[in-house]
Ligand binder design. Structure first.
Ligand SMILES: Cc1ncc(COP(=O)(O)O)c(C=O)c1O
Length: 466
């Protein structure tokens, strides 16, 4: 049965969609961090079966409300499991508008304002870093890292775009043992092979070891392989370490190797003016995520590069017959810079949030989080049963809790405690295992988390085994 969009809109409105959903979202703001149920318990509730027959608007509304009730409350001050938490509500509203307007950023014609907003954000970055930059929004930091490698490959050997790999393309990339796993996926997808990742060891502060980097580059050259790119990280996933990017840049410049900087988590360093000075004008590509420490909704990522038209050269291909027409606005088409054809209008939530907060707002938020991280670190150091594993350099705090019973195996204890925390519905905190050591990682991303919340969380943890 045909129904116009207008009729469908009013039917949903009459069923109370907007009002009820906004009420439910409002209630979720004060709800527990989650209501833990195992997958089999959820499946046994039988809410998720799709059927051949249609449902009424009110039935679907009940499902939507149930979905909200059963989702993780990632806005909760004690949702600290991921590198995102507590997205600013202005970005929720912006997402709703984007969904309703539903266009793609392929051309100026179909996204006249969105494409200009994207360019404005890139210009702001160029201004903040005081350098020429081109950039593109991509669906996530992992994708931005892959785009960095993709640009490096095009720059290194443009023929590959058309002819594919030849026997001469024996590429290797260099990342530290703390780098994000997305590099592994990129190497797989790009046909470069996971085995061609050279893992550089990190030092005691989890920063890339420069000596090891240089000797691995030399080894690669001596074996007649091609060093394609070094991937450094500003804000590593687990420890939040800042790689010595200026020194890494020096090595990359000396050996003429592409330098991709992954600042997916470390993005506030750009808005706060703390981006390493000697890296400006030098790096080759940069990943920045707005949905992590900058507090937007997922996934708002940029890949930036100072190489003029490289995004275009590396990605252009097809579509000119039916999509990229010659018009007075063709220079504003972004489709040929991207891999996707349909590209979500992600610039609007970023633009609107930036407009509301201003660059200063992003900076203040970061400085507040950084201060909180340091105060939390001082607090942990006063707790006998907690061992901090590092001096926090950014917004991560890694620590181990001593079991009350000294006979208990420490790693298993952290895992058991974490499961108890998850099931307590009070604190959602992640753990990691490295070098046979399991420990907790707290990431400070949520603007509404206070020192009081942090202290409360530690008390919850310590009391769970009493
Ligand atoms: C350092 C770093 N780079 C890249 C990523 C991937 O970002 P995304 O989750 O947006 O794909 C992450 C994710 O946590 C990360 O920590």
């Amino acid at each position: 049965m045909f129904m116009s969009i207008k009729t469908q809109f009013y039917k949903l409105k009459e069923a109370g969609f907007l009002d009820h959903i906004f009420q439910a979202l409002e209630s979720s703001l004060t709800a527990p961090v989650q209501k833990y149920l195992s997958a089999s318990e959820r499946l046994s509730e039988n809410h998720y079966k799709l059927e051949k027959k249609s449902s009424s608007e009110s039935e679907v509304l009940a499902d939507a409300l149930n979905f909200i009730k059963n989702s993780i409350n990632t806005n909760h001050p004690l949702f600290v499991n991921q590198l995102y938490s507590g997205a600013h509500p202005i970005s929720w509203y912006a997402e709703f508008i984007v969904a309703a307007l539903n266009t793609s950023m392929a051309t100026y014609e179909i996204a006249p304002v969105g494409t200009l907003m994207e360019k404005e954000i890139v210009l702001q970055f160029a201004d903040l870093l005081n350098m020429q930059l081109e950039g593109l929004m991509v669906p996530g930091g992992s994708y931005a890292n892959m785009m960095g490698l993709h640009l490096a490959r095009y720059q290194s050997d443009p023929k590959i775009k058309i002819k594919g790999y030849g026997a001469e393309n024996k590429f290797k990339i260099f990342i530290s043992d703390q780098a994000h796993y997305s590099y592994k996926k990129s190497m797989n997808i790009m046909g470069l092979g996971e085995d061609n990742i050279v893992i550089i060891k990190s030092d005691s502060r989890k920063k890339m070891d420069l000596q090891d980097l240089e000797s691995q580059i030399q080894k690669c050259l001596s074996e007649n392989n091609k060093p394609l790119a070094v991937g450094s990280t500003l804000g590593t996933t687990v420890y939040g370490a800042l790689d010595p990017v200026e020194e890494i840049q020096k090595i990359c410049s000396e050996y003429k190797i592409w330098h991709h900087v992954d600042a997916a988590w470390g993005a506030p360093l750009v808005v706060s003016g703390e981006f390493p000075e000697k890296l400006k004008h030098k790096f080759d590509s940069l990943t920045l995520d707005f949905h992590k420490s900058l507090g937007l909704t997922l996934c708002k990522s940029f890949v930036l590069t100072p190489h003029k038209e490289l995004l275009l050269k590396a990605n252009h291909g097809g579509g000119s017959a039916y999509l990229f027409h010659e018009t007075e606005n063709e220079n504003y088409n972004t489709g040929s810079y991207a891999i996707q054809c349909g590209r979500k209008l992600d610039s609007f939530p970023v633009w609107l949030t930036w407009k509301l907060l201003g660059t200063d707002g992003f900076k203040d938020n970061y400085q507040k989080q950084r201060q909180l991280c340091l105060e939390a670190f001082d607090y942990l150091n006063t707790i006998e049963r907690i061992n901090c594993l590092h001096n926090p350099e950014f917004l991560n705090l890694c620590f181990q809790v001593e079991p009350k019973d000294p006979e208990q195996e420490k790693n298993q204890y952290q895992k058991d405690l974490r499961q108890k925390l998850v099931e307590s519905n009070e604190l959602f905190l992640n753990f990691s295992t490295e070098n046979n050591k399991t420990f907790f990682r707290w990431s400070f991303a949520n603007q509404s988390t206070s020192l009081k919340d942090f202290k409360k969380a530690i008390v919850i943890m310590l009391e769970l085994d009493s």
